[in-house]
Design a binder for this molecule. Sequence first.
Ligand code: MN
Length: 512
Amino acid sequence: MPRTRSPAPAPPEVKFTNLDKVFFPETGFTKGELVRYYVDVAPFILPHLRGRPVTLIRYPDGVTGEKFYEKNAPKFAPPWIKTHEVPRRRHEGTTRYIVIDDAPTLAWCANLAAVELHPFLHRAPELDCPTQVVFDLDPGEGADLRDCARVGFLVKAITDDLGLQCLAKVSGSKGLQLYVPLNTDVTYDATRAFAKGMAELLEQRHPDLVVSNMAKVRRQKRVLIDWSQNHEAKTTVAVYSVRGKREQPFVSMPVTWEELKRLKDPMKLFFTPEAALRRLKKVGDLFEPALKLKQKLPAAFSSVGERAAPPAAPDLAAYKAKRDFTRTREPAAAPASASSSSASKASKRAPRSGKNSAPHFVIQKHAATRLHYDLRLEMDGVLKSWAVPKGLPTALGVKHAAIEVEDHPLSYMKFEGTIPKGQYGGGTVMVWDLGTYELLGGDHASGNLKIRFAGKKLKGEWHLFKIRSDEDKPMWLVAKSGRAAKPFSPFQENRSVLSRRTMEGIAKAADA
Ligand code: MN
């Protein structure tokens, strides 16, 4: 039948596909049930999503398959899907985020297998005005929701003292998330300083229970208060979003302090979509204050962004001083905002530390005056860097020299290309390995780092320790620890993990 044209736009139609596909094999929960849930929960979740750019976590083959973080609205998104363009932080261009303001958009996203919805803490277009503070309480090994609840009450005691109401929701994964609604004029600098101060204070007072630093991976039986979510670039799972992290679908659901106080069996606070809808019918939206309540942080925090530079502003002066960015295509050491560096073709974007994700490392093979490997570890907002002439040893008992050099900007992580002759470090650079690492022990300041690498080539433990603190170039040694690793094959030795190119290939491409 031909459609009649009317002045009002036709209500968008969402075509649903593959509704019988099982998304959670353990319970047989299907995509159809996921879509149904989001349609039913729309009246409750939409007010919380309204205006917020959102990252979708899509599981097209269910939770046992691969997942995708969809930040950019897909090209095939129909024109009625609302989007908001957000400038990228480290590179040129923008990301076109979906904004879920209505039920059809929500249903469309669900049909896209967006099991999880992760909105920003701000609403567009005010990208630097979070509407709330969030504390993401993440239990370490041996800890569970009950420990999170204990930490939750420690936070609450302080917010109570400050006259601030604090809301709690289970993440639907393992932990608990606390929200302090603001809905007043505030910056991320202020909310982050507040959350960080809180986390550090509680770690100091309760070292057996609280960890405030993500890099401290050894947090057995303790709870990480992740304050770093309070950032313009970070998203947090939405209230009423389903999670794809477990064998069964659980919902990130508001809970009362009374429920947390009485909590004996953590499973009592895991809600399936069905249970979530039943509960919503009974108790309504316990997170409503997050929408309306206007609160202000104590003045000491609300002025943080205005007075001081953000804590631990990365010092890249040495990096900058050595390079002429009109000559080299290495990334300029621009601050985190709107970098204008003309990155090389291969250096698309630095991997970003997402929520709870481990810090990154890169090893760059560098054919400078002498061939060497540059090891760089993401730490305190920069890449701590070492030149390792012989590369990392694979056999036990072998120590290779590692000369510490100037900190590099995070955007250096994916730099591959040729630094012009005559420039500092002139020669070809290959991204030899890339991945994440876990700090097993020690820290940079004490010259002792025990690290487990999870790269494409490097897997396992290595130990880095400082033997001489020369002014300019402190000398470290790097040794294999734990078990010996397989020596690298010639193919591994001479291939970029980023572009699969050889050193020769990279050099040639740059000449072309
Ligand atoms: Mn180098």
